[in-house]
Design a binder for this molecule. Sequence first.
Ligand code: DX5
Ligand code: ZN
Length: 220
Amino acid sequence: MTTTRIAPSLLAADFANLQRDCELVNNSEADWFHLDVMDGVFVPNISFGMPVIEAISRHATKTLDVHLMIVDPDRYIKAFALLGTHNLTVHYEACTHLHRTLQAIKAEGMKAGVALNPHTPVSQLSDIIADIDLVCLMSVNPGFGGQSFIENTYDKVRELKALIDAKNANTLIEIDGGVTSKNAEALVDAGADVLVAGSFVFKSEDPTQTIASLKQLVTS
Ligand code: DX5
Ligand code: ZN
């Protein structure tokens, strides 16, 4: 039995009803909260920061999976740990000394993730894969929810899975962007362990049911 995790992205939630949407995720079959932090520099959009994450962490009862789309993430590692973050993901393209950054995240007691933009080859991680708890493959260009899924992602998942197996690593593969019931099964077949879904969940008529049906699709 495969146990694919579903991680609703709160970027698509109703920010005026954040507590309600946190409770919705708590009471659903979702596994993680995916929280997208954007700085308007690394990506052309600004989302939310510490005060909002602090508010979410007061209500969320599941793993907080924080995706940093910011330059110089090292400056904020401790702050995110103090907010109750479980998984902290930084972008490969934003880190000059990635190995040092990952060690710093783990030293704060968090799982260390690395996100790859659609144009960044999986092979860039070959010398560091054993140090990564989670690789987030971006299946859209980071910065916005509601974009369409980039089909080349399937090949990247397979290549990453092969790299993880070749190095005997325990790294999880997370897919972020444009995930729907149309691509979920194929992503899991290719090797995905975690599916992030924003618009597909929160813009649906019944988000709880949408999460349940996604979970059902990827459980076999
Ligand atoms: C994009 C974010 C994603 C986004 C996914 O920059 O990293 O997590 O919220 O949203 P959807 O599922 O709508 O593509
Ligand atoms: Zn994300």
